[in-house]
Design a protein around this ligand. Sequence first.
Ligand code: GN1
Ligand code: MG
Length: 369
Amino acid sequence: MMEQLIEELLKSYGLDPATMEVRPMGQGHIHDTYLVEHRDDPGPPLMLQKMNNYVFRDIPVLMRNMELVSEHIAFKNRRAGKDPARNGILLLEAEGGKSYIGNDESGYWRMFWFIEDQKSYEIAENEKIAFEGGKAIAHFQSMLTDLDPLKIGDTIPEFHQLDARVQQLKQAIENAPADRLGKAGPMIGLAEKHLAPVAALYEASREGDVPVRITHNDTKFNNILFGQDDTVTCMIDLDTVMKGYAWFDFADALRTCASRATEEETDMHRVGFNIDIYRAFAKGYLSEAHVFLTADEKALLHAAPLAFTYIQAIRFLADYLNGDVYYKTSREDQNLTRTENQFTLMRSILDQQEEMKKIIAELSAELQC
Ligand code: GN1
Ligand code: MG
C-alpha cells in the first residue's frame, strides 16, 4: 500500500521508481521524512516528506509560505554566488508545477533537495559554535527584511502570543484530572509567580518601535545546519516562518544553545544558563543584525531568553495537564519534568539578567549601534 503510494509520488516528480531507493529518516517529531536516493547513478539525494496536517491545519497556507520564503532565500543565495540547493531549503516541482501533492486520503507530500554532510547541535559546545549560530539567525532574518510580512500567513495561529499561551494553561488547569493537577501544583505556582517580567516584555514590544517582521519562530539550536568545518549552511524547519518580533528567534536559540543541559535533562542541578555562550551568541547575532534592528529592538534582547523559557515551561505544563497530547513522551510525567527543567533554567536566567543587559550594551557600543 505504502510502497505503491511512494511509487506514485516519485512518478509525480518525474522520477523512475525502479531506479530509486527510499528509506525512512525517522528524526523529526512532526512530519514523516524519507531519504530518496538514486540507486546507480550519482544524482543528488532528495528528501520526501509527508506533512502533519493535524499540527498544520492549513496546508495551502503552509506551502505558500514555504514557496515564498525558500524562493526568496534561493534568490539571495544565487546573487551571492552560492548554490541555492546546498545553502537553503529548496522544494522540487511536482507535476503541473506544484510545490506539493496529495489529498486527505494519501496525506500531503513535498520533496526537497537533501543537503549532505551536515551536522547539528542540541546545545552550543563552545563559543565559536554559539557565535556562528547567532550570525545564522541574524542572517536568516536579514534575508527576509525585504519580503512583505503581509504576504506570510499564520501556519499556527497565535503561536508565540503570550496571552494565548496563558489562556491555554488556564483551560488546561480547569480540565485537568485531580492526580495531575495535584502533582503539578508547585509548577502552576511558578507559572503565576514568574508571569510579570514576561508580560512586561510583550507590553514593551507593543508600545515601542518593535516592527513585526518575518521570523523563523522555531530556532531551537538543532534547527541550524552546520557544515563539517562548523560554519553554518542554513536554517531548516521553515514551517513556522510567520510574522513575529526579531527577539523571538534570538530567544529560542538561546533557550536551547546556552542551557548547560537539554530540555530533556532530569537532574535539575545540571540545568543552568551559560553566560559565556550567551555573550558569544549575542556577538554573532548583533554582528549581522545591528544594521536592521531598531534601538528599541536591541534594548529588549536581554529579556528575550527569559520570556521564551517561561513560555516553553507553560506549554509543557499545559500539555502535562491535558494528558500529553502535543509533545511526544516516552516516560511518565515527562512533560512535568520538562516544565521543571525550563523553570530551573528561567531561575538561572533571572539571576543573570543584569549581566545580560550589560553585555548587549557593550556589544552595541563596540558595533557603534
Ligand atoms: C517543537 O518540532 P520541534 O522539535 O523543532 C515545537 C516548538 C517547541 C519545541 C520544544 C510546531 O519543535 O515550538 O519549542 O518542540 N514546534 C511546534 O522542544 O510546536
Ligand atoms: Mg519544528
